[in-house]
Design a protein around this ligand. Structure first.
Ligand code: ATP
Ligand code: MG
Ligand code: FE
Length: 356
């Protein structure tokens, strides 16, 4: 199978062609990602209207580039898969409508894919991960631990009760006057900082609830910054390093709880695995923390390459392939309307066209 994927749910315009290599392993023939970061930088965050317009301008060329780089034409494609949610609705409309037009004009089937399902299945595309496994999704919009039992079988085991982890990085950067996007800025500054100078809170620590919370941490950063202002470069570095230390400790404790739960519920699983996805997965401190945690619990730790952790269309094409292989195509995909909210654990299999 060969599937063209399209992703426009946030600030990346992306298209990709992926082939099924073996049932649980894919071959990426092309993976084009155009990041709009510069368009939004002056505003300190993603502006939905600007994002939608930029998708309109870029998408046709990106799709063509993806086909060209893969060395295929639409005639060689078995289906078109597009992100139908969740995300910014303007961008979703651009991507899904483009996919519908391509599908209609070429006579190929359309698959309306859940963006989070794309993240959830990436580790099978790259590493052929076997079900069941745990997914830790840490991005600008999400902080979740999801049990992935099979294609279309997802159970959310934990989520954030307030800010997403990427959001905490972005807000911390903003408080400290560091450039957008905040994650990489904070990581860079932290490199020369003292992680023990500030004792920031470890939110939810010891709680019997499995969830995350990050808004208190951001407030503590603001209070510390205000208390010692004006900030020197060393102050900023120390705050960033102490912030990352709090994140690392929090992830260790929170994710550890869930690994233990997986062990209890799947005592016979021969190769338990934790997969990390989302932009925050690019953070080295986060990676080494999870790596050490997995070693402690006897889990395999799978961190797909950075370009496949952040938003991309290869994961959408791959989710399309998995759905085709599992016989889980949407019933009436041409009638599928974009959904700004579409929790992963509400995906019933098969996904039926919502009509409207
Ligand atoms: P979603 O996919 O949930 O809709 P999104 O598009 O914001 O949201 P991504 O593009 O996967 O998600 O990730 C962007 C987020 O990742 C931003 O919050 C950014 O600050 C964060 N991020 C990127 N690189 C790093 C890093 N090195 N360290 C920490 N955070 C990072
Ligand atoms: Mg993004
Ligand atoms: Fe994403």
């Amino acid at each position: 199978l060969r599937v063209l994927g399209i992703e426009t749910s946030c600030d990346e315009t992306a298209a990709s062609v992926v082939a099924s290599d073996s049932p649980a392993h894919g071959l990426i023939l092309s993976n084009i990602v155009f990041s709009q970061i510069e368009e939004h930088a002056a505003f300190g965050g993603v502006v939905p209207e600007i994002a939608a317009r930029a998708h309109v301008e870029a998408l046709d060329g990106i799709v063509q580039a993806a086909l060209d780089e893969a060395g295929v034409t639409l005639a060689d494609i078995d289906a078109v898969a597009a992100t139908a949610g969740p995300g910014l609705v303007g961008g979703l409309i651009v991507g899904l409508m483009t996919a519908k037009a391509i599908a209609a004009a070429s006579g190929k089937p359309l698959l309306a894919v859940n963006h989070l399902e794309g993240h959830a299945l990436t580790a099978r595309l790259t590493d052929g991960a076997a079900f069941p496994y745990l997914l830790l999704l840490v991005s600008g919009g999400h902080t979740q631990i999801v049990l992935v039992r099979g294609v279309g079988e997802y159970q959310r085991w934990a989520t954030t009760i307030d800010d997403a982890l990427g959001e905490a990085f972005d807000k911390t950067a903003k408080i400290l006057g560091l450039p957008h996007p905040g994650g990489p800025s904070v990581e860079r500054a932290a490199a020369s900082g003292n992680p023990t100078r500030f004792a920031f809170p470890r939110p939810m620590k010891g709680s019997h609830q499995p969830d995350f919370s990050f808004s208190g941490l951001k407030t503590a950063v603001r209070q510390a910054a205000t208390a010692i202002a004006p900030l020197t470069d060393q102050d900023v570095a120390d705050i960033c390093a102490s912030f990352q230390q709090a994140i690392a400790d929090t992830l260790h404790e929170r994710v550890g709880r869930t690994l233990a739960r997986f062990r209890q519920e799947f005592p016979d699983c021969p190769t338990p695995a934790l997969i990390v996805a989302g932009g925050v997965a690019a953070n080295k401190r986060v990676r080494t923390t999870l790596d050490a945690l997995c070693a402690e619990y006897g889990f395999q730790f799978i961190a797909p390459p950075g370009v496949l952790c952040t938003d991309n269309a290869a994961m959408i094409a791959w989710a399309g392939i998995e759905r085709l292989q599992a016989g889980l195509e949407s019933e009436n995909p041409m009638a599928f309307a974009p959904r700004s909210r579409w929790p992963l654990d509400t995906i019933s299999a098969p996904v039926v066209g919502s009509g409207r």
